[in-house]
Write a new protein. Structure first.
Length: 188
């Protein structure tokens, strides 16, 4: 519970700073080794539970994985998490995922997500962005159970596919619109 409350505090602080400078940050960063362990475990679990994610992962240019996003709020909310970009099974960079929201909302939630970059141009756009706001640039398709049933590596034509996983908590709705992803420097 203490870790969850710390995560909510970090999420709210991160949401308050969403418009700040886009230089690499270390303020809340976990260690590179911890992020790598969490990303590897999240991918193993996702691939074990979702054959579509596994087959897309084999064809993707890269996969950006955020194993644990903490989202919380009451009227004003925020979410924060750290992850890694994997290319060819190796970490190619560390990133934070931050979002702020306002409106009728209350609760705390924890979840993870993975973005599968299917085209070189989508990956290039992401890597050249000093702070990429999801919803601008390459098209993203959120894969739910209905989409996953009809999606294969032959029919996959979008730039990026998003998979949510490990959802826990008491806050309705998952989305990526308005999420800002920024490169970070994790602690050693």
């Amino acid at each position: 519970m203490q870790r969850l409350m710390r995560g909510v505090g970090i999420a709210l602080l991160a949401a308050a700073a969403i418009g700040s400078a886009t230089a690499p940050r270390t303020a809340f960063a976990a260690s590179a080794a911890q992020i790598d362990r969490d990303v590897s475990q999240a991918l193993r679990n996702l691939y074990a539970k979702n054959a579509t994610a596994k087959s897309l992962g084999q064809k993707a240019q890269a996969v950006l994985v955020f194993p644990s996003i903490v989202k919380g709020g009451f009227m004003v909310g925020g979410q924060y998490g750290e992850g890694a970009l994997r290319k060819g099974g190796r970490t190619a960079g560390y990133y934070s995922s931050v979002a702020a929201s306002y409106g009728l909302q209350a609760g705390i939630q924890k979840f993870g997500y993975a973005l599968f970059f299917m085209t070189p141009s989508a990956l290039d756009y992401f890597q050249k962005s000093a702070g990429w706001e999801v919803g601008t640039g390459p098209s993203i398709v959120v894969v739910d159970e209905g989409v996953a049933k009809s999606l294969s590596t032959t029919t996959a034509k979008s730039d990026i596919y998003a998979f949510f996983f490990s959802q826990k908590g008491l806050m309705a709705g998952l989305g990526l619109q308005g999420t800002k992803i920024t490169r970070i420097q994790p602690s050693k």
